[in-house]
Design a protein around this ligand. Sequence first.
Ligand SMILES: CC(C)(COP(=O)(O)OP(=O)(O)OC[C@H]1O[C@@H](n2cnc3c(N)ncnc32)[C@H](O)[C@@H]1OP(=O)(O)O)[C@@H](O)C(=O)NCCC(=O)NCCS
Length: 324
Amino acid sequence: MKLEAIPGVPQDGDLEFVLATDKEFEEVVSISEGIYGGLDYLPSRYHSWVGEKDRMVVLAKKGGDVIALLSMFVVDGGQTALLEGLRVAPWERGRGVAGVLQRFCCQLVKHRYPSVKVMRLTRDDKLTPKELNKYRVIAKQGILLVRFNAPDLSARLSSLALTPGPSRPPPPILLTPDDVRDVFLERGGLLKDLLPNQTIIQDWQPFQALPDNHDLLLRKSLRWMADDVARPRVATLCTPPFPVPAGPLCFYLNIDVFGSGLRGAQEQLLSHLAAHAPSLPGDVRCQLFLPPNMWRPMADFCTSVLGMHLEKGYTDQYLLEADI
Ligand SMILES: CC(C)(COP(=O)(O)OP(=O)(O)OC[C@H]1O[C@@H](n2cnc3c(N)ncnc32)[C@H](O)[C@@H]1OP(=O)(O)O)[C@@H](O)C(=O)NCCC(=O)NCCS
């Protein structure tokens, strides 16, 4: 479907912007080969994204062929547009296509959702001085990427479970949907020590801690854990595993860690792994997003206690914001 003409939003020269449909899936996969180090989530999410409420998936086409994609997702009760999934075909990179597509999408979202005040995006690459001028840095998490074999890890977890140890903290609490609303979305200032800038960064998606985001967070079927419901010091969210292009039967697991208290975070990690590893066939890439000072001790725990392989060194994840 060609996008309707928007006053003040010209289509750009030889580029045509269209809303994505299921039909373009193969073309999108073919421009995405090898990106995000094999951890591209889009092949798993594309079909649900094209039909998702308050989301627009925009394709740039040249000569009728897809050459770039960007998605805009309106969250935070209509205040924020998240920019996600950006990619440009390898043969079109370095010519400013990403910038043109972003400007088009920002105009489009402003036109369709006048309530949107800011756009947000997360990045793990180095920002240029020009980009640092363009955005406010809202929060920063460290990225820890590890790899393991699921059956081997399951065996190791069973032996760990037999050795409780005297100094092990109390077992973490698995939160119900009502707990999630009470703990994360209705506490306002109480969360300032738990969440970076009052934001739940789930995988790459940032959500302000607002009740308006409850339904869409619940749709994600996450496992939410905390050390305490009344006064959480450390909390974690884990995605259901999904396949990624990194290899045949390779699954991806994403765990977001907020707050402080390494031992509590480790217990929650063990619980998430025990819940998911037994159902996975083999190779798993697990990405933990965590407070930067927790990166080193958690990396040591994953490698020496859990026998995981460290895939790369410390990497920053930045949450950026700009007025729209
Ligand atoms: C990153 C990528 C999208 C850049 O596309 P590109 O068209 O080659 O980018 P160019 O350097 O020609 O364009 C520069 C513009 O894109 C923006 N840009 C570049 N990388 C970006 C990124 N990772 N996120 C957001 N904007 C980005 C720049 O800010 C600049 O904007 P401006 O025109 O407003 O100044 C492209 O290299 C790609 O598809 N890489 C693989 C997928 C990927 O890493 N995506 C990033 C997800 S965070």
